[in-house]
Design a binder for this molecule. Structure first.
Ligand code: FES
Length: 83
C-alpha cells in the first residue's frame, strides 16, 4: 500500500501543513483512494524552508510547498501507479 508522509513538523505546520492535510484527506476520499493509500503525519523531513513537504513511498517522490495543484498531481501520480 502506498504511504504518504505529510510533514507535520513545526515549520511545515506554520506554512500550512494542517490545511494541506485536511485538503489531502478530502481529495483522497473524493478520489476513492482512502483505504488504498496510507496517509501518515511525519516528523520533520529536513526541508523546512520548502514546506509544507510530502513524501510518497515506495518510490521516494517528494512535493514541496504543497498547493492544490500539487495535490491534483499527487492524485494523478497515485492513479498512474495503479493504486
Ligand atoms: S518541519 Fe517539515 S521539513 Fe522540517
Amino acid at each position: 500500500m502506498p504511504r504518504i508522509y505529510l510533514c507535520m513538523g513545526p515549520h511545515c505546520r506554520s506554512r500550512g501543513a494542517t490545511d494541506a492535510r485536511a485538503t489531502l484527506e478530502h481529495a483522497l476520499w473524493q478520489a476513492g483512494l482512502l483505504g488504498r493509500v496510507e496517509c501518515i503525519a511525519s516528523g520533520c523531513q529536513d526541508r523546512c524552508a520548502l514546506g509544507p513537504n510530502l513524501l510518497v513511498q515506495p518510490g521516494g517522490r517528494r512535493w514541496h510547498g504543497l498547493t492544490p495543484q500539487h495535490l491534483r498531481e499527487l492524485l494523478a501520480f497515485l492513479k498512474d501507479t495503479d493504486v
